[in-house]
Design a protein around this ligand. Structure first.
Ligand SMILES: [Zn+2]
Length: 278
């Protein structure tokens, strides 16, 4: 006689689980995820949530070890919900922080799907749309950036491992016409979905270097072992959004289109659009 993996009772000859117990376990997991999402987007009653999770776990044969993962899933869903309109309110940011402090889930579990980063990015954008330079939310690994910022210039964001490409001479640049069309208005976030399926196509481009891309309130900086430069935003006439990159076109007639690849296109595009309007 085998014992049921869930309830521990006899499960019958050669059987290791009751169908009913397995079903109950699955439903319990989904209930915990849903309850977590609902609490985060609604009442914020985390003591209550904790009690309800304990009861469900006991009832549905869910191991203590699985609970952080279920909480993280609920958190992911809530963050998706928060950002559905592209905008993270101060209240949503506070709720997310309260949840994190209450449950103290390991960072690699809670950020498995990048939800912590999404929250940080969205709050940076919110500050910018409100005309504020975001408070420093970045921890720069290794410490020092390879750029000489001007006096009073403020760093807003840094990307590492960015691939820098330049258009080969005489090839056609698609500009804003055949890509997705986006209206520019102060403070507007563009839905993440409109960026999907529009990756940078690098076939016509030459890869120049891999390096660090930084945005301050005044300039865009790129630094690498091969090429280093700084461009004031006023010299850029077009920002081209891609799913995984940002294209720029400088205003000189001879300027070749340039693309920074390997970054979050939605975030970067919103970042520059809001910085230039500061
Ligand atoms: Zn059972």
């Amino acid at each position: 006689m085998g014992k049921c993996f869930y309830c521990g009772e006899s499960a019958g000859f050669l059987s290791r689980r009751h169908k009913v117990c397995e079903q109950k376990n699955k439903e319990g997991q989904l209930a915990i995820i849903a309850k977590t999402r609902e609490t985060l987007t609604g009442s914020n009653a985390y003591h209550q949530l904790q009690d309800s999770i304990q009861a469900t776990a006991k009832n549905c044969f869910i191991s203590e070890l699985d609970i952080p993962f279920l909480l993280a899933k609920g958190y992911d869903e809530a963050v998706e919900n928060f950002l559905d309109d592209g905008l993270l309110t101060q209240e949503e940011e506070t709720n997310a922080a309260m949840f994190k402090n209450f449950f103290t889930i390991q960072q690699d579990i809670i950020n498995k799907n990048g939800s912590l980063e999404k929250i940080v990015k969205a709050s940076v954008l919110r500050d910018l749309t409100e005309g504020k330079i975001p408070a420093q939310r970045l921890n720069i690994e290794g410490g020092v950036l390879p750029f000489n910022f001007q006096k009073g210039e403020q760093l807003v964001w840094v990307f590492t491992s960015v691939e820098f490409y330049e258009q080969n001479v005489k090839t056609h640049y698609e500009g804003g016409s055949s890509g997705i069309s986006i209206k520019i208005a102060k403070g507007v976030y563009y839905r993440t979905s409109s960026f999907k399926g529009h990756p940078v196509k690098t076939t016509e481009m030459a890869r120049v270097a891999s390096g660090i891309l930084a945005f301050t309130d005044k300039h865009l900086y790129f630094g690498s072992s091969i090429r280093n430069f700084r461009i004031p935003y006023s010299k850029i006439v077009t920002f081209q959004p891609y799913e995984d990159g940002l294209g720029i076109q400088k205003d000189a007639a001879s300027a070749k289109p340039q693309v920074f690849k390997n970054l979050d296109g939605w975030f970067t595009y919103n970042l520059v659009q809001n910085i230039v309007q500061l």
